[in-house]
Design a protein around this ligand. Structure first.
Ligand code: FA5
Length: 332
């Protein structure tokens, strides 16, 4: 084949090439040791050429070879960029392994609750699991000698920090960093040195919320909590508040709910502590309690997931028994 013929055949092949595998075929066909270019060069009888002619033929071959190599490299880069030639399968499909895995029921609950709060205009604020003693206790109105510290015994680190006992440890930072008006939730793991039983773990999940604005009242608190529960359980339900004591709210409440679908119409289910944010806590966060008011709540996310999925023992969440998690594989 003449050099021009080789070149135009190469260009036609390149234009019709299908993905990276097709381009590799073209490379082999034209540019490899046994490719068309080398073959054409081998067919020339150099012994019959003058020194000058040999030089010119050699240069022409090199120029053509370089042009073909560069066209091929460009086509490869374009194919890579467009994803052509990638394996023909859907990377988002579940794996073929016997145990493809599933979302942990606690995290599934957290994601659902986050979605619901998003729809009510709340942002998700992330915090650390190891926090200062100030953030965990003092900033939320629990000074050093307060008996509430004893109820939340925790793990102390050598630098004086603590593994947070509650997500309320993020209240101060949220006010300082996000300012007011504030609508935020902070989900996450908490730790307590507890006597363990079916409802008490040393490592569990809470989801805190704060709503601060002018003229926020208990009515707003009830409305938001009811909306949350209606959406989580997809059913109408009643909520009620009972007095509860927490140093960082005044008044403080325990919120219960009752529904025909969850637990029966007559049974009140204790769900979460909440209340109107204490003026000391607002002040500590740089918020003027004369101008702003707000509510806060500390939802036991582990508890909510237990109610939602009918899980009898909180220790199953962290137990590491795959048979437990696999029960949710089909639904989560
Ligand atoms: C608190 O931690 C408060 N910070 C909640 C709060 C926030 C009140 C804002 C008012 C305003 P309490 O210790 O009750 O409160 O814990 C809240 C929820 O976390 C409990 O209702 C329970 O569902 C869950 N919880 C607490 N301790 C454990 C534990 N050891 N294991 C599993 N869940 C727990």
């Amino acid at each position: 084949m003449q050099l021009e013929e080789i070149q135009s055949a190469f260009e036609a092949d390149l234009a019709a090439a299908d993905g990276e595998a097709g381009l590799e075929e073209i490379r082999v066909k034209y540019l490899s040791r046994s490719g068309a270019l080398n073959e054409a060069r081998g067919a020339i009888d150099f012994s019959k050429l003058s020194g000058q002619e040999k030089k010119e033929v050699g240069q022409t071959f090199n120029r053509v070879k370089q042009a073909m190599e560069s066209a091929l490299a460009d086509a490869k880069a374009a194919a890579e960029a467009s994803g052509a030639g990638l394996p023909d399968f859907d990377v988002s499909r579940p794996g073929l392994a016997e145990r493809p895995g599933c979302i942990h029921p606690l995290i599934a609950t957290q994601l659902q609750v986050e979605d619901i709060f998003h729809s009510m205009g709340f942002t998700v604020f992330q915090g650390n699991e190891a926090v200062s003693e100030y953030d965990n206790f003092d900033a939320v109105n629990i000074p050093g000698d307060h008996p509430a510290r004893e109820m939340q015994d925790t793990f102390w680190l050598e630098n004086g920090d603590v593994l947070r006992t509650h997500t309320s440890s993020m209240q101060n930072r949220a006010m300082q960093e996000l300012g007011v008006p504030l609508r935020a939730i902070f989900p996450g793991r908490c730790f307590r040195a507890e006597a363990l039983d079916a409802t008490h773990e040393n490592t569990f999940y809470q989801l805190e919320g704060m709503y601060i604005d002018r003229d926020v009242s208990v009515a707003n608190l009830i409305a938001v909590m009811k909306e949350l529960l209606v959406q989580v359980f997809q059913t109408d339900l009643d909520v009620r508040l009972r007095p509860g004591y927490f140093p960082f709210v005044e008044p403080g409440f325990e919120l219960d709910f009752r529904s025909a679908v969850v637990g029966g119409k007559t049974k009140w289910i204790e769900l979460m502590p909440c209340g109107m944010i204490h003026p000391n806590v607002l002040r500590e966060g740089g918020v003027d309690p004369e101008e702003y008011s707000g509510f806060a709540f500390g939802l036991g996310l582990s508890r909510l997931a237990m109610i939602k999925f009918g899980i009898p023992d909180v220790r199953l969440f962290n137990g590491g028994d795959l048979r437990f998690y696999e029960q949710f594989a089909a639904t989560l």
